[in-house]
Write a protein that binds this ligand. Structure first.
Ligand SMILES: *Cc1c(COP(=O)(O)O)cnc(C)c1O
Length: 375
């Protein structure tokens, strides 16, 4: 059993993907070829935003968003401490300070009750200028944007949606990558919509941000490539990756349904285990199920993982270390609130196989191994 099965997906779509790749090799426009524009059009349409701008990876997408917002030294950005390193890294990379915030024990996303307190503490106790909230759609579930938006408006803060894992999720009828002032995603192979290498995209309804990001991703270009009006990056999506993504995007709605089905099978049974806390979606919210993440209770996580491993069922830990505990951030980022919920999740969470090509029998086998565990 595979944790994420990219090979099964390729076998399923091989003919179409190979054909798309061959088309690029024939026309030879490897950089910013026609597939890139076609993909950007389709991504914007899928999400329901005005602009989708592709780039080299999800980390660059965050950096481009922060640069477009003019965030830099002396500024602070709130980031959940329970996330992948890149969310906070991008903030530090542009010279700003990530301020870590706690998460919600049921959704793994930014904890809106604690968020207001964190903001007040930063404003009262530091010289940093708080500019934005970065909300991460962890494990595929869009963060509580209606609450985050009202807190942000009250304090005059911008919002960045890190939807690297969220692409395909929905909240109150709106798709992930459509929230906040700027949203970003990643097409790293293991994400819900992945390519065959690195890739990413930035989404916004704001024309000025869109124009800036298009300039920033090509060395801060002006009217043409050799007219440089600002310091930027070299962060384009390869045409070959765009070609792969066009075919994968066509498959994506059916894959999403299958992920939802697998998650429902897991939850319907595992919710009865006294040793596990199953992941919860809020009402009117659907996850893209980038990960199906359980919490061990009254038993050690490693005991559960070992039992699964003995039956050749792979697991993974996202994330064993909170951002405020990472060596790279221990001295750089002051803590303004307790981060106890995230710390607890980091010690108890583990993810089980989740991908659209899991057979019903495989899902049932994972369930039966977990339900047969006793104290
Ligand atoms: C994967 C990921 C990123 C970074 O994406 P890359 O394409 O690997 O650079 C950023 N944030 C989160 C939450 C992620 O999961």
């Amino acid at each position: 059993m595979q944790f994420i099965d990219l090979k099964a997906q390729y076998e399923f779509a091989k003919q179409r993907i190979d054909q798309r790749i061959a088309t690029v090799l024939d026309h030879g426009q490897y950089i910013m070829g026609p597939e890139v524009g076609e993909l950007e059009y389709q991504l914007a349409h899928y999400v329901g935003v005005k602009h989708a701008i592709t780039c080299a990876n999800g980390t660059d997408a965050l950096q481009l968003a922060l640069m477009a917002m003019g965030i830099g030294p002396g500024d602070a950005v709130i980031v959940p401490t329970f996330t992948f390193f890149a969310s906070a890294e991008a903030v530090a990379f542009v010279g700003a300070t990530p301020v870590f915030a706690d998460v919600d024990p049921r959704t793994f996303n930014l904890n809106c009750e604690k968020l207001a307190t964190t903001i007040r503490h930063v404003q009262a106790n530091s010289a940093l200028k708080l500019k934005a909230i970065m909300a991460v759609d962890l494990f595929g579930q869009p963060a509580a944007f209606e609450h985050i938006q009202s807190i942000a408006s009250e304090h005059n803060l911008l919002i960045i949606e890190d939807a690297a894992q969220g692409f395909g999720g929905e909240r109150q009828g709106k798709r992930a990558c459509g929230f906040g002032d700027i949203a970003t995603t990643s097409f790293f192979p293991a994400k819900p919509l992945g390519c065959y290498g690195d890739g990413g995209a930035v989404f916004t309804n704001n024309d000025e941000y869109a124009a800036l990001i298009k300039s920033l991703r090509v060395h801060g270009k002006g009217a043409n490539k050799y007219d440089n009006v600002r310091i930027g990056m070299n962060s384009r999506l390869d045409t070959l990756q765009a070609a792969v993504l066009l075919e994968k995007l066509a498959l994506f709605p059916a894959e999403l349904q299958r992920r939802q089905y697998v998650a429902e099978l897991y939850s319907a049974e595992l919710v009865h285990s006294p040793l596990l806390v199953t992941p919860e979606c809020e009402s009117s919210v659907s996850s893209s199920w980038a990960q199906y993440t359980l919490q061990a209770q009254s038993i050690s996580r490693s005991a559960l993982q070992q039992r699964l491993q003995s039956q050749n069922i792979p697991t993974a830990i996202y994330y064993a270390t909170c951002m405020h505990q990472q060596l790279a951030f221990t001295s750089a980022s002051p803590a303004f609130t307790d981060l106890s919920i995230a710390e607890s999740l980091a010690s108890r969470s583990f993810s089980i196989p989740m991908h659209p090509y899991l057979a019903d029998e495989e899902v049932e086998r994972v369930i039966s191994v977990l339900l047969n565990m006793s104290l």
